[in-house]
Design a protein around this ligand. Structure first.
Ligand SMILES: Cc1cc2nc3c(=O)[nH]c(=O)nc-3n(C[C@H](O)[C@H](O)[C@H](O)COP(=O)(O)OP(=O)(O)OC[C@H]3O[C@@H](n4cnc5c(N)ncnc54)[C@H](O)[C@@H]3O)c2cc1C
Length: 313
């Protein structure tokens, strides 16, 4: 689970599984189709399973042959408490909320293999599941390994000014860069909060380089972390203060809305989210494949029955 495209693919997958399970007569096959496993109980895993759980349960009213109890959402997490980046208290709160809504949490467990029919767990159990979503860590772009400069943890090493040592004129920022944090002696985490500020610092340092004025070291402390748990609940830690429930969910939405570029985009999303408060989820499947007539351009075969507009493509 990394990009918007992944989210759309998962959404389509959920609808496809519901469609198939609705017409499936064999109980074991239906169980297989209706079991969803998410590996990793960090921010991405928790938000993904919460969103999937809400989506599937809201869609069930259109699939009368699928009993509610047949839907299994399983979150596999190696630690004792989910959301380890937040406090234990918020992690427990998130667990309670998810479990109340039917999500099964497998704590102190890892996914050890993925098979054609499901997953194996480190506690020896095998789960028969048609869908598994991986959120247990993302890797830096593999292209970075081919670069001749110093690479650690898959990322390009830079100094505190964001320069690549030994390579004059080469700089790196964001997820691909390993940026030292002198205040902790460790490295800055790969988050958007950091990447955006590194971008600004880099622009200023480039100007300083051109003008021959002193450059400034990159320095920033994480402002906070937020996770949505669905159904207007969330958990957040902002500037060291914990929030949970509706307030955290509202903060999550407001903060992410404020981060969107341009007023027009903010308004579009705000209106869309307002409709979302009034109506139930839109269950229309987004088709992602290109139509033959469009992708093949003028050479596409057009049959007699095809509508005339296809001939013009
Ligand atoms: C599921 C998920 C949730 C997250 N949630 C948060 C959050 O709530 N808050 C937060 O602060 N951070 C969050 N992050 C982390 C955040 O997304 C990243 O830290 C941030 O996007 C890094 O920015 P970047 O510009 O370095 O890289 P990216 O945003 O990944 O941008 C890299 C760009 O380079 C392009 N690219 C890749 N290869 C090539 C190539 N060969 N040539 C040209 N272009 C290429 C990519 O298509 C992409 O557009 C989340 C990450 C994930 C995966």
């Amino acid at each position: 689970m990394k990009s918007l495209g992944d989210a759309i693919a998962i959404r389509n997958r959920l609808l496809a599984q519901l469609e198939e399970a609705e017409t499936e007569c064999g109980a074991p096959n239906r169980d297989h189709l209706m079991t969803f496993v998410v590996a990793g109980g960090g921010f991405a895993g928790v938000e993904t399973i919460a969103g999937m759980n809400d989506f599937v349960h809201q869609a069930l009213k259109f699939y009368p042959h699928i009993p509610r109890e047949k839907v299994r959402m399983i979150l596999v997490h190696p630690g004792e408490v989910i959301l380890p980046e937040l406090s234990e208290k918020l992690g427990r709160y998130a667990e309670r909320k998810l479990e109340e809504r039917g999500v099964e949490i497998r704590r102190k467990t890892k996914v050890t293999c993925v098979t054609d029919t499901g997953v194996c767990l480190s506690d020896g159990t095998e789960i028969d599941a048609a869908t598994i979503i991986w959120t247990a860590g993302t890797q830096p772009n593999p292209l970075l390994k081919s670069l001749p400069c110093k690479i650690e943890k898959g990322r390009v090493c830079v100094d505190e000014f964001l320069r690549v040592p030994g390579w004059p004129g080469v700089w790196a920022v964001g997820d691909c860069a390993l940026v030292p944090d002198p205040s902790t002696g460790k490295f800055h985490p790969p988050t958007a909060q950091h990447a955006m500020r590194q971008g600004k610092r880099l622009a200023r340092n480039l100007l300083s380089e051109l003008r021959g004025s002193p450059k400034k070291a990159f320095s920033f402390k994480t402002l906070g972390q937020l996770a949505s748990l669905g159904r207007r609940t969330g958990v957040a830690n902002i500037l060291g203060v914990n929030f949970s429930g509706f307030v955290a969910w509202w903060l999550w939405r407001t903060i992410y809305l404020s981060k969107l570029p341009r007023l027009e985009k903010k308004l579009r999303v705000a209106v869309d989210w307002t409709w979302d408060l009034i109506f139930s989820k839109d269950l229309v499947k987004f088709l992602t494949q290109k139509g033959v007539a469009i992708s093949e351009g003028p050479v596409a075969e057009v049959s007699e029955e095809s509508p005339p507009r296809l001939k013009a493509v």
